[in-house]
Write a protein that binds this ligand. Structure first.
Ligand SMILES: [Zn+2]
Ligand SMILES: [Zn+2]
Length: 233
């Protein structure tokens, strides 16, 4: 189980005041009240992390019909304010304090839910040309901080994106999956026989995680979980 203790004190740097309301901060740069008021993603389907209306079922109807190719998905928060703003700050403005904050919130949720720790964290890879353009991979920044907070190893070279895929926002879930077929390759030397967790910022249709899961499984990973900061509705 992921260590159930509180966030390591003193690790969060540069925030002794809550960035939402300026009260004394407790963890991840937020005070206790603002931390509690965040749109935490519970209850949710344990298989795809989609929000559920109540706790009577543990899986959503879609997963009961056809399960995704990974074991379980944990998404800490719902993709709503202020999370959307922080994720945009990370992705489009390279705001490293947002990366740290989001990763710590994910660590917090994983501890609360006692998520079984994987042996490796595999950040969702970016296509190399895209990475050069952006200058960083937000999933890798999240995995690094998460690994530090939970004492898990991040393995950014365990998987790579071998094909660039055009902007997928206009595509349906099915088209996205088709578009991503064969887009990833995983390194068997790093993942074979291992329990791994894919780390990413947002889980939307799950098409990228679907394709990466298949690549990780082909390379011999024995269990694949999905750990994302936020889940879209
Ligand atoms: Zn506050
Ligand atoms: Zn589901």
């Amino acid at each position: 189980m992921v260590d159930g203790g509180a966030m390591r004190p003193g690790w969060w740097v540069g925030a002794d005041r809550c960035l939402q309301c300026h009260a004394p901060a407790s963890s991840a740069g937020l005070c206790h009240a603002c931390l509690t008021a965040l749109p935490w993603n519970t209850p949710a389907c344990w298989h795809c992390a989609e929000a559920l209306p109540d706790q009577t079922a543990s899986r959503c109807p879609a997963c009961l019909q056809r399960a995704p190719p990974w074991h379980g998905a944990w998404c800490a928060l719902r993709f709503e304010a202020p999370i959307v703003r922080w994720i945009h700050a990370l992705k489009y403005h390279a705001d490293l304090s947002a990366a740290r904050r989001l990763a710590l919130l994910l660590a917090h949720a994983l501890r609360q839910h006692r998520a079984p720790p994987p042996e490796l964290l595999v950040p969702m890879p970016l296509f190399p040309a895209r990475m050069r353009l952006r200058g960083f991979n937000q999933a890798q920044l999240l995995a690094d901080t998460l690994g530090h907070a939970l004492r898990l190893r991040a393995a950014p070279a365990a998987a790579r994106r071998q094909r660039d895929t055009a902007d997928q926002t206009e595509l349906s879930a099915k088209e996205r999956r088709r578009n991503l077929r064969g887009a990833f390759a995983a390194d068997a030397r790093q993942v074979a026989g291992r329990h791994v967790a894919i780390v990413d910022d947002v889980l939307t249709t799950g098409a990228s995680c679907h394709a990466l899961s298949l690549a990780l499984r082909n390379a011999g990973a024995v269990r694949i979980d999905v750990w994302c900061v936020a889940r879209t509705p």
